[in-house]
Design a binder for this molecule. Structure first.
Ligand code: ATP
Ligand code: BTN
Length: 256
């Protein structure tokens, strides 16, 4: 079924040809009373952004570069949970549309055949402990020519097409993402629990059970990823054998 059957997510879709970054655009719209569920999607980004100020390569017509505007009544510390909802929705969508075994690299990457096919960038505006809006940016290499990517990124990145072995409908993937995201997001808002998304993130995790290097500003630790909590945080066993919780905001996780 190729129809949008969601209630909130995608009620308004802003489809642009070229933009600097759909996340930047979505922030402006959200700040000017843009409604929850509005989506900004572009054929090309000239300044696509990753985490920590890094660049996201977004060539024309080949990928899904989109941002969702959300206005949840949650505390700012909870916004990172929405990344887990999006990761679950993207993994399910790629699996359903292509049959490929999409995995989730905690906290914000989707993986095909050990390479990154999608990144998620969740940004938020809050004041006085209240969230004004949350922007969920999703970038997926769908039919792009990975040979044309910069050398360093080529080594770690892939496209849906490369795994599926054929061109894949961007529209089909977008519709599945919106459907799955809405289901999981409404469940999160109504039940105040991330449980459903965490179950999916655990099931498709490529991180759990593996050694990881946790890198943040003041330290680097090598540990084993052992679990996700109900809040979507990573539980690791450090080299002393102790369990520690890692919050997504503060780290890069590398496989070793
Ligand atoms: P890590 O956990 O490895 O630090 P990350 O998920 O935190 O990665 P970011 O810090 O957000 O990633 O940075 C984005 C990175 O993704 C860039 O450094 C670049 O190497 C890579 N990248 C950029 N564009 C693409 C793309 N279209 N597809 C795959 N990877 C990309
Ligand atoms: C990551 O670094 O892994 C996150 C990348 C997020 C890229 C998407 S593409 C749509 C949206 N607009 C941006 O500028 N970034 C996000």
């Amino acid at each position: 079924q190729l129809d949008l059957d969601t209630k909130i997510i995608g009620k308004r879709i802003i489809h642009l040809n070229t933009i600097d970054s759909t996340n930047t655009m979505a922030k402006k719209i959200a700040a000017e009373d843009g409604e929850e569920g509005t989506i900004v999607i572009a054929e090309e980004q000239t300044e696509g952004r990753g985490r920590l100020g890094r660049k996201w390569v977004s060539p024309k017509g080949t990928g899904i570069w989109m941002s969702l505007i959300l206005k949840p009544s949650i505390e700012p510390t909870e916004a990172a949970k929405i990344t887990q909802i999006a990761a679950a929705a993207v993994a399910l969508a790629i699996r359903k549309v292509t049959g490929c075994e999409a995995g989730i690299k905690w906290p914000n990457d989707i993986i095909l055949e050990r390479k990154k096919v999608c990144g998620i960038l969740t940004e938020m505006s809050a004041e006085l402990n209240c969230v004004n809006y949350v922007i969920v940016g999703i970038g997926i290499n769908v039919n792009g020519d990975m040979e044309a990517f910069p050398e360093d990124i080529k080594k770690t990145a892939t496209s849906v097409k490369a795994s599926a072995g054929k061109t894949v409908s961007r529209k089909a993937i977008v519709l599945y993402i919106l459907r799955e995201f809405e289901r999981l997001y409404l469940d999160f808002i109504q039940s105040k629990s991330l449980q459903k998304s965490v179950e999916i993130c655990k099931k498709y995790s490529v991180t759990l059970g593996n050694p990881v290097k946790i890198i943040n500003r003041d330290r680097q630790i090598v540990a084993e990823a052992v679990d996700l909590t109900e809040e979507g945080e990573l539980v690791i066993r450090n080299q002393k054998g102790e369990l520690e919780k890692i919050i997504s905001g503060e780290v890069s996780v590398r496989g070793i």
